[in-house]
Write a protein that binds this ligand. Structure first.
Ligand code: CP3
Length: 353
């Protein structure tokens, strides 16, 4: 068992005291890094990068070589699950994800297998084991999955969508059919995250990127309910430590109280919420992660520092904050701005602990 040299992330998620606020960045390994673009070019395409454990490990570590980040996040994608279910994921340059097959009928759904991670996604587990070896206890490794609802949107829409017309049609005209798909995805996501934890992931995040497009009632019935089932099915301890779970529903600011009741340890906040108000709403039930608007990284360093200070001040004194962006970093961001952000969080947060 390797002990962690920097366990701020795990401590903050469990609402234990830390010296400074931990920080990591959604999509911290990605196209804004020139060394990422070079690696991807060599690999040929994004999925080849994901499926090669050596390459996935190298790319995971790239941002840690540059910045004082408090966590690594596995380099992979949420759409590995539908790919492993046989839908044939591919990326069209500049157009985002696409599937060779989509899911349209009850028959399609009945034919989908539940993912057995060890057999269907061994490359993800191999990457995790390699990353842990290379990290050698420097910082914790975060594993992740898409939420059942968010994965279902990609499977039914066949890729990214603006109006979610197909899945909403199914939701309102054949809810029982959608439930069968979401149940299969819940079993698959649970297996996937437990396999990641067993392979060495020390915290996990569930990305519910599209939960926010739902009505209040539909969010609870079709997204949160299944995420709560996943949380309930997860391994709670590994290597003698509790494994914290973060739920990130983009656009979920209206539902913080019910998300906090799901059994998760941390809630990922997008930038639309005031983190101080969010803290008042959830009390001491969960930690909060976030929530700077990624667009602020295009501003001068003085603006970034001022915003970091505002977010830290709004959160206030004490335990339970993990600094992050409110959504993924975009490819146009300058590397120097990210370095400045990470250092600013550490420098400006000491006074709150
Ligand atoms: O955060 C990290 O650094 C870990 C890696 C990671 C990726 N995707 C790498 C990636 C993580 C955690 C994800 C999650 C993911 N993937 C989500 C949830 C998070 C979110 O952004 O809301 C979603 C919705 C996806 C699906 C997905 N993958 C889309 C829509 C796209 C194309 C959009 C884009 O940014 O181009 C991807 C591709 C993808 N996943 C890239 C990266 C670095 C870009 C691929 C490339 O061209 O190199």
């Amino acid at each position: 068992m390797s002990s962690l040299k920097n366990d701020r992330l795990l401590r903050a998620l469990l609402r234990q005291p830390v010296d400074v606020t931990p920080v990591w960045v959604m999509r911290q390994a990605g196209r804004y890094l020139p060394e990422y673009r070079a690696r991807r070019q060599r690999a040929g395409d994004f999925m080849s990068l994901c499926k090669n454990p050596d390459a996935a490990c190298a790319v995971t570590l790239q941002p840690l070589e540059r910045f004082n980040l408090d966590a690594a996040i596995l380099f992979s994608d949420i759409l590995t699950i539908p790919d492993a279910m046989g839908l044939g994921l591919y990326f069209e340059e500049g157009e985002g994800p696409r599937f060779q097959k989509t899911v349209a009928s009850i028959k399609d759904i009945e034919n989908l297998p539940i993912v057995n991670t060890a057999v269907d996604l061994p490359y993800v587990l191999d990457a995790i084991r390699l990353i842990r070896r290379e990290l050698n206890g420097a910082v914790p490794l975060i594993g992740f999955s898409g939420s059942p609802w968010t994965l279902a949107t990609y499977m039914i829409e066949g890729g990214s969508s603006k109006d979610f017309a197909r899945i909403k049609t199914m939701l309102y005209s054949q809810p029982d059919v959608l439930d069968i798909l979401l149940e299969k995805l819940t079993a698959s996501v649970t297996d996937y995250l437990n396999a990641q934890i067993a392979a060495g992931a020390q915290a996990v995040q569930i990305f519910d990127t599209w939960g926010g497009v739902l009505s209040n009632a539909a969010y609870h019935q079709f997204s949160l309910k299944y995420m709560a089932q996943v949380v309930d099915g997860l391994i709670t301890e590994s290597e003698g430590r509790e494994v914290p779970v973060i739920l990130f529903t983009k656009g979920g600011g209206g539902w913080l109280e019910s998300i906090a009741g799901s059994g998760c340890h941390g809630i990922g906040l997008d930038w639309s919420q005031d983190i101080g108000e969010a803290r008042e709403r959830v009390g001491d039930q969960v930690a909060l992660q976030g929530n700077m608007d990624p667009a602020i990284l295009r501003a001068p360093m003085s603006t970034i520092e001022a915003e970091v200070d505002t977010i830290l001040s709004r959160y206030g004194q004490g335990v339970g904050h993990v600094f992050n962006l409110g959504h993924g970093i975009t490819p146009d961001i300058e590397v120097a701005q990210v370095a400045g952000l990470v250092d600013a969080v550490h420098e400006l947060s000491a006074k709150f602990h």
